[in-house]
Design a binder for this molecule. Structure first.
Ligand SMILES: Nc1ncnc2c1ncn2[C@@H]1O[C@H](COP(=O)(O)OP(=O)(O)OP(=O)(O)O)[C@@H](O)[C@H]1O
Ligand SMILES: [Mg+2]
Length: 433
C-alpha cells in the first residue's frame, strides 16, 4: 500500500480530519494533504515520526509507514535517496579510559544480557569509567546509537539535572525538533519511549541522584539497554540488576597505578611498596589516579617519596588539578539530609572505623532501632559499609574525611553533640570496642 493510502486509512480509523491530524502532529495541513494525495514524494523523517505519534501507530504499523516512506519511486529530477534511517543516530559516549585487567569481572557482568544494570558505589570507585568502557564494547550491538546523559547528581557547580530537561536534550539528540517536545514531563517521557520503540539504542545515565530522576529516561523497548551509575544504591525497576562496586583488589589497584604513573616511574620499585601506595589510596580508583598524576607531575619524586607523603596527610596529598578525593566526598556529604550529615560527622569521631550497632547507638545517643535507620541512609549513600549484619565499617578515606569534619565542627563549637563527643573522646567509646 502506498504512503498516501496508509495515512488516509489510519487517519480515518482515528476519526480525524486532515486539519485535526495536522494540528495533532504539529504539521502544516498542506503537508498532510500532499502526503495523502501523493504530491509529496519525500517526506522528512521527523514529519513521518510526528504523524506516527499523532496516529498512535503501534510498532508494526510504524515499520509499515517507514517502509512506505522509503519505498516511493524516485521522480526523474529527485536527488538520490537520503539515508533511509529517518532519525539522527547519536554517538554520545565519552572516550574509554578503562585500563585492561581492572574491573574485568564487573565488565563481564555488564556485558551479559540485562535490560537495565544499575552500577552503584562510593565516590571515585570507577562507576563512570566502567559504564563507559562497557558501553564502548556493547556499541556494535546498538546500531541506532548510544546516548550518554550526565545527570550531574554530584557535580561541583551545577544542581542535579531536572529529568524533564534531560528528556528534552535526548529527544533533540534523537532528531525531534524542539517545538514538538511536549511540555508535561509524562508526555515528554512517552514521546521518548515512542521514539525509541523500534530502535536498538544503548542508554547510559551517569551519576543519577535517585530513581525519580532516572526513571523517566528509561526506554521501554526490548531492543534498548540501559546502564545507570549512581553513588546511591537505587531500587532498580523490573528485571534490572544492581552491581555495587567495592574497593579494587590489590593486584588490580597496582596494575591501575603503574599504568597511570607510567612504567618507567615505578621501575625497580618492589611490589610491596606499590601495594602499600595503593592501600594508602584506600584502593579507590580516583585516589590511585590522583597519586599517579602527582608522581608524573614531579619528576624528582620516586614511588617511596610518594609513599612517605601519603603516610602523613594523605587527604591533603590526594589532590591533582581539579581532581580531589576531599571534594568528591564533600559532594556526597552535602547531598545528605542535615540529620544524616551530623551522624556522618559523629562517626568521624570513632577511633577504630569498624563498629557494631550498639556502639553506634551509644555514640549517636539513640535507640539501636533508630541508629539502624540513620545508618541505613549512609549505607545507601555508600558513605558506610556493612561487612556483616550489624557490623559497620567506614572506608579509610571516608573515615579521614568524616574525622576532619567532626573535628572542625567540635572545635568551631557549632554543634552541641559534636562538642560532647569531643569531650568524651578518650578512646573509651567505639574505638575500645
Ligand atoms: N577501570 C578503570 N581504568 C582506568 N581508570 C579508571 C578505572 N576506574 C576508574 N578509573 C579512574 O578513576 C577515576 C574515578 O573513576 P570514575 O570517575 O569512573 O569514578 P565514579 O565512581 O564515577 O566517581 P563519581 O561518583 O564521582 O562519579 C577516574 O579518573 C577514572 O579515570
Ligand atoms: Mg561518575
Amino acid at each position: 500500500m502506498s504512503l498516501g493510502a496508509l495515512l488516509r486509512m489510519w487517519r480515518q480509523r482515528a476519526l480525524l480530519t486532515q486539519e485535526q491530524l495536522a494540528e495533532r502532529a504539529g504539521l502544516n495541513v498542506r503537508t498532510v494533504r500532499r502526503l495523502e494525495n501523493m504530491g509529496l514524494l519525500r517526506p522528512r523523517a521527523t514529519s513521518v515520526l510526528l504523524l506516527a505519534k499523532a496516529l498512535e501507530l503501534d510498532g508494526a504499523e510504524l515499520e509499515m509507514l517507514y517502509a512506505a516512506a522509503r519505498g516511493r519511486p524516485a521522480g526523474p529530477d529527485e536527488p538520490p535517496p537520503a539515508d533511509p534511517r529517518p532519525w539522527t543516530v547519536p554517538r554520545q559516549l565519552p572516550a574509554d579510559v578503562a585500563v585492561p585487567a581492572v574491573r574485568e569481572r564487573e565488565l563481564a557482568i555488564l556485558m551479559e544480557h540485562h535490560s537495565v544494570v544499575c552500577v552503584d558505589g562510593m565516590a571515585g570507585m570507577g562507576k563512570t569509567a566502567l559504564a563507559v568502557s562497557a558501553a564502548h564494547r556493547l556499541a556494535p550491538l546498538f546500531p541506532d546509537g548510544q546516548l550518554f546523559v550526565d545527570l550531574h547528581a554530584h557535580a561541583r557547580a551545577t544542581a542535579p539535572v531536572d529529568p524533564g530537561a534531560a528528556l528534552t536534550r535526548v529527544l533533540r539528540a534523537l532528531g525531534v525538533p524542539g517545538e514538538h517536545i511536549p511540555w508535561h514531563l509524562d508526555d515528554r517521557a512517552a514521546l521518548y519511549r515512542s521514539v525509541l520503540a523500534q530502535r536498538r539504542i544503548l542508554v547510559v545515565l551517569d551519576d543519577a541522584a535517585d530513581e525519580h530522576q532516572a526513571n523517566p529516561l528509561l526506554p521501554a523497548a526490548p531492543g534498548c539497554r540501559v546502564i545507570i551509575t549512581s553513588r546511591r544504591r537505587l531500587a532498580c525497576p523490573g528485571d534490572a540488576r544492581n552491581l555495587s562496586l567495592d574497593d579494587l583488589p590489590v593486584p588490580e589497584a597496582v596494575a591501575l597505578f603503574t599504568r597511570l604513573a607510567g612504567r618507567e616511574r615505578d621501575a625497580g620499585t618492589s611490589v610491596d611498596v606499590l601495594a602499600e601506595v595503593v592501600r594508602r589510596c584506600g584502593l579507590l580508583p580516583l585516589a590511585i589516579r590522583i597519586a599517579a598524576a602527582r608522581l608524573r607531575a614531579h619528576p624528582a619524586w620516586d614511588v617511596r617519596h610518594l609513599l612517605d607523603r601519603l603516610a602523613t596527610d594523605r587527604l591533603a596529598e590526594l589532590v591533582a588539578g581539579r581532581h580531589s578525593v576531599v571534594a568528591a566526598l564533600d559532594r556526597s556529604y552535602e547531598r545528605l539530609p542535615a540529620e544524616h550529615r551530623q551522624v556522618y560527622r559523629l562517626l568521624g569521631s570513632v577511633v577504630r572505623p569498624v563498629f557494631g550497632l550498639d556502639a553506634a547507638a551509644t555514640l549517636l545517643d539513640v535507640t539501636p532501632a533508630q541508629a539502624r535507620r540513620l545508618l541505613d541512609e549512609l549505607l545507601d549513600a555508600h558513605l558506610l559499609q556493612e561487612p556483616a549484619p550489624g557490623r559497620y565499617r567506614l572506608h579509610d578515606l571516608v573515615h579521614g574525611h568524616a574525622s576532619a569534619l567532626w573535628l572542625s565542627a567540635a572545635l568551631g563549637g557549632s554543634a552541641e553533640r559534636e562538642i560532647s563527643a569531643f569531650e568524651q573522646m578518650a578512646g573509651v567509646r567505639l574505638g575500645a570496642e
